[in-house]
Design a protein around this ligand. Structure first.
Ligand code: GDP
Ligand code: IMO
Ligand code: MG
Length: 428
């Protein structure tokens, strides 16, 4: 029997409104699990006139019957996790009893944030434009093993204190001798973090065992990807990517649930494309039209508040992402934002040095040079934010959706026409 589990993944550079979609679909699932990233993510959920911003806790938290799991593939900043739980536990019923955090998840410490800030500053123009949340250094430590700390180690505080002391000693050599900065005080760090460990302790669990048991019991699991496929460390626009597998490929290592237990994969795209931070972005509009999209779509980072770079929908990149993830369907979000634009285009391919590319480039230099091949479509002026069925949409809007479907080669299953839960169109 085909599994009834679902995976939600961004098909571009993040911020595709995955949070809204996960919140909506959580109602039909028993478990919602985040599989990658950390508090570099900013997911937004809106209902009953309120807006909630989430960074670590899965976007299913407002459904009181859903168990929320932070998988082992996530990097956890314990301070941020506790702040987020405290911020939302009034609205998210019994959140502490429904939240499990993997003992295998790696943790973010002050030295990760410090080294990232120093490194980005030192790179100057060559920086990646990270969120400065310590994500990259924490994943680097995970791969390097020597200085890595998994959440489960908080269950053995005496051992962990000794480890922290040794790590700080090593790190301080780099901070003081390489960067000429003051070092960290191990005892002060430990005092703060030991308290976080105590507070998180009841939520630490072997989530792999829990999820495998849930699969055997036929529970419906919703997998929540953070970031987007083009930010995936292996398959994205390297080196301007994040440090985890943000594509669907991250779900297996990030949760322990075998890929064959995932039933359906839905790829989320905005009706246009955005990107935050540095890196190539072939359809970027650096003109008044880009500014208009930014203002109409309120395109400012959920995590860092940075203005997002805006451009035409890049179906060439999205088709690559759709194939890579093996998606069953597409979710188009923020379609309302495109109303009132004087013109409307989608990118169907790239030209590099006068040559039309057959495949999305694996070479960052080619991507940097790529000229988008644009197709014009008929714009619309109507406000579509009140539409609740496909047939209520203006003809030009329906034509846009159908064209996107055709180019990407997958059916559009849901359309979002506003931030609220209600502002959603389902297509059979
Ligand atoms: P995520 O990181 O993929 O969860 O996306 P973000 O939350 O960072 O960014 C999406 C933004 O768009 C949030 O501010 C949402 O409230 C908002 N949003 C979601 N869906 C829609 C929509 O259909 N229309 C409009 N106008 N805004 C939306
Ligand atoms: P959600 O889940 C958009 C970008 C950063 C930077 C690059 C590396 O909300 O879609 P990092 O701090 O991860 O090392 O930064 O990745 N980035 C995101 N962009 N949405 C996100 O998450 C992002 N998480 C990281 O801007 O370019
Ligand atoms: Mg976001």
């Amino acid at each position: 029997m085909k599994s009834k589990s679902t995976l939600i993944v961004g098909l571009t550079w993040g911020d595709e409104a995955k949070g809204k979609i996960v919140d909506l679909l959580a109602a039909e699932h028993h478990i919602v699990v985040r599989y990658n990233g950390g508090n570099n993510a900013g997911h937004t959920v809106a209902f009953d006139g309120e807006t909630y911003k989430l960074h670590l806790v899965p976007s299913g938290l407002f459904h009181k019957n859903a168990t929320c799991v932070i998988g082992g593939g996530v990097v956890v900043d314990p301070k941020v996790l506790l702040e987020e739980i405290a911020r939302h536990e009034g609205k998210a019923v019994r959140l502490r009893q429904r939240l499990l955090v993997s003992s295998r998840a790696h943790t973010i410490w002050p030295w990760h944030k410090l080294v990232e800030a120093l490194s980005e500053k030192h790179q100057g123009k060559g920086k990646i434009g990270t969120t400065l949340r310590g994500i990259g250094p924490a994943y680097a430590d995970k791969a390097n093993r020597v200085h890595a700390i998994r959440l489960g180690e908080f269950l053995r505080p005496e051992h962990l204190w000794k480890k922290v002391e040794r790590i700080v000693e090593d790190r301080n050599l780099v901070f003081t001798k390489v960067f000429g900065e003051a070092g960290l005080d191990a005892a002060a760090v430990w005092q703060e973090y030991a308290a976080y460990g105590e507070a998180i302790r009841p939520m630490i669990a072997d989530t792999t065992a829990y999820l495998l048991g849930a699969v055997e019991k036929g529970k419906r699991i919703l997998f929540e990807g953070a970031q987007g496929t083009l930010l995936d460390i292996d398959h994205g626009t390297y080196p301007y990517v994040t440090s985890s597998n943000a594509s669907a490929a991250g779900a297996w290592p990030g949760t322990g649930v075998p890929a064959r237990a995932i039933g359906e994969i839905l790829g989320v795209v905005k009706a246009y494309t955005t990107r935050v931070g540095e890196g190539p972005f072939p359809t970027e509009l650096k003109d008044a039209l880009g500014d208009q999209i930014r203002e109409q779509g309120h395109e400012y980072g959920t995590t860092t508040g940075r203005p997002r770079r805006c451009g035409w929908l890049d179906t060439f990149a999205i088709r690559y992402a759709a194939r890579l993830n093996g998606i069953d369907g597409i979710v188009i979000t923020l379609l309302d934002v495109l109303g009132k634009l004087p013109e409307l285009k989608v990118c169907t391919g790239y030209k590099v040095g006068g040559r039309t590319l057959k495949e999305f480039p694996d070479d960052p230099a080619a991507l940097q040079e790529a000229q988008p091949i644009l197709e014009s479509l008929e714009p619309w002026t109507e406000d579509i934010s009140g539409a609740r069925s496909f047939k209520e949409l203006p003809r030009a809007t329906r034509a846009y959706v159908k064209r996107v479907e055709e180019i990407i080669g997958a059916p559009v299953r849901m359309i979002s026409v506003g931030p609220d839960r209600e502002q959603t169109i389902f297509r059979p």
